[in-house]
Design a protein around this ligand. Structure first.
Ligand code: PLP
Ligand code: ZN
Length: 444
């Protein structure tokens, strides 16, 4: 019997050539740090609904879903129609557009805390802008982020975020305080340091909820602590926005952040992102017909492609579907079916592990018992680290790809409304088979 790695090499044989070409073009052969895959990545060419197809013609059930940006699956008809129509009517109009207004109205109608909005081109830009706004509003410098929480790749987001800090100036690293996700510790930090502008949080916990937060209590505590200290509370809803509920984590749990960052689903599968929140903070970006303010005080933002018409079209079509068509309920119920199936697979195969998660994000943990309710997992973080090291998640992802399924990071499934019962059941089968094969190789 060939090993999983040998079957991977055989199944994705044509990808090897593309990897060789990619390696001579891209640093490290890849275009995003999470696309690093050993021994080589599969090269995909097209996708539809819950499936994507590689150069060898393999059909893969996809749970990466555009790194979480595709809540309705690949190329949903209403988004394709909107983008195609706009592509023939101009992709950059070089001025204010009616599209950006309709788009922003749709965002705001789902997330009422957004008194004002600005669009950017990526989540990284949005968290960068939100931090700059918070500094301008408070006149303070430092940012508090939580251990392992990921907010993109700009300098201020790098400390303890699961990525390295090569090339980041020490002065910037010194201006970021990394806190444990613990309200009492946050209270202490803000009591001892009065130069903090903002606290930013990945709303469902580090790395799309791999390290879950005990919500809504934790987020409510952060809201209360930041209120008491006059610090701006930034909810990073890049992943949770329009996924944890139609209005994200804040609507699901009735929270009012000062600022919110969004990307992925908000842009309907196109590049795009947004920042929004309190008018008094956001209006620090406005011109005031006062040259000193305009040139020296105002918070600046550029961005050639902010709210570009294709993104506005895709975002609007997606948000309208979320508002009217039960997209979240469908994705959530498919995720529930998947989670139940995975938990049964663990029991059936007598493998220690479990699956947990809320809304349409399903996580797996292999190697330890856990008494959680399979919703918000309560496993201690050091246990999660120990049981799901990168060496293991890479093997899981590889085994699942061999069995026709692509997982997010080898530890999660981002489910969409295009995944149906049959696809979910095939996924559970693939997972069960992968558990067996990994165990046979002594890799669990
Ligand atoms: C919570 C969170 N914030 C920010 C970002 C950065 O977004 P982008 O990749 O669009 O720059 C991500 C990306 O995965 C994210 O998950
Ligand atoms: Zn658990």
């Amino acid at each position: 019997m060939p090993t999983i790695e040998e079957r991977y090499a055989e199944k994705f044989a044509k990808s090897v050539d593309w990897y060789q070409r990619g390696r001579s073009l891209f640093a490290g052969g890849i275009t995003h740090q999470t696309r690093f895959t050993s021994p080589f990545p599969a090269y995909f060419e097209h996708a539809q609904g819950p499936f994507k197809y590689d150069v060898d013609g393999n059909e893969i059930i996809d749970y990466v879903m555009g790194n979480g940006s595709l809540l309705m699956g690949h190329s949903p008809p209403e988004v394709v129609a909107a983008v195609s129509a706009q592509a023939q009517r101009g992709t950059h109009l070089g001025g204010a557009t009616t599209h950006e207004v309709r788009y922003a109205e749709a965002v705001k109608s789902l997330m009422p805390s957004l008194e004002r909005i600005r669009f950017t081109s990526s989540g990284t830009e949005s968290t960068y802008l939100a931090m700059r706004l918070a500094r301008a509003h408070t006149g303070k410098t430092k940012i508090v982020k939580f251990h392992e929480h990921f907010h993109g790749w700009h300098d201020y987001a790098t400390p303890e975020s699961g990525q390295s800090v090569g090339g980041v100036p020490q002065a910037i690293l010194d201006s970021v305080i990394v806190a444990p996700p613990d309200a009492a510790a946050l209270e202490r930090i803000l009591s001892e340091d009065d130069d903090v502008a903002a606290v930013i949080v990945e709303c469902n916990g580090a790395h799309y909820g791999t390290f879950p937060l005990q919500n809504p209590q934790f987020l409510q505590d952060v809201r209360d602590v930041t209120d008491r200290h006059g610090v701006v509370f930034i909810m990073d809803e890049v992943i949770t926005g329009f996924r944890l509920s139609k209005g994200g984590a804040q609507v699901r749990w009735s929270l009012e952040p000062d600022l919110t960052t969004m990307a992925k689903i908000v842009a309907g599968g196109q590049p795009g992102s947004a920042v929004g929140g309190r008018a008094d903070i956001m209006e620090l970006m406005a011109f005031r017909d006062d040259s000193e303010w305009d040139n020296a005080g105002r918070v600046a933002q550029g961005g050639t492609f902010n709210a570009q018409p294709l993104t506005a079209a895709a975002g609007l079509a997606t948000l309208q579907a979320i508002a009217d068509q039960g997209v979240n309920a469908r994705a959530d119920s498919m995720a529930e079916r998947l989670k139940d199936g995975l938990n049964e697979a663990f029991i059936r195969n007598e493998v220690t592990g479990h699956s947990h998660g809320i809304a349409s994000i399903v996580h797996v943990n292999l190697g330890a018992d856990c008494g959680c309710d399979r919703g918000l997992c309560t496993m201690p973080y050091d246990e999660i680290y120990k049981t799901m090291p990168v060496s293991k998640t890479r093997r899981v992802r590889q085994a699942m790809l061999v069995n026709g399924v692509d997982m997010m990071g080898g530890r999660a499934f981002l489910v969409s409304s295009s995944h149906d019962e049959e696809v979910i059941d095939r996924t559970v089968e693939a997972f069960s088979q992968s558990l067996k094969e990994l165990r046979e190789e002594g890799n669990l």
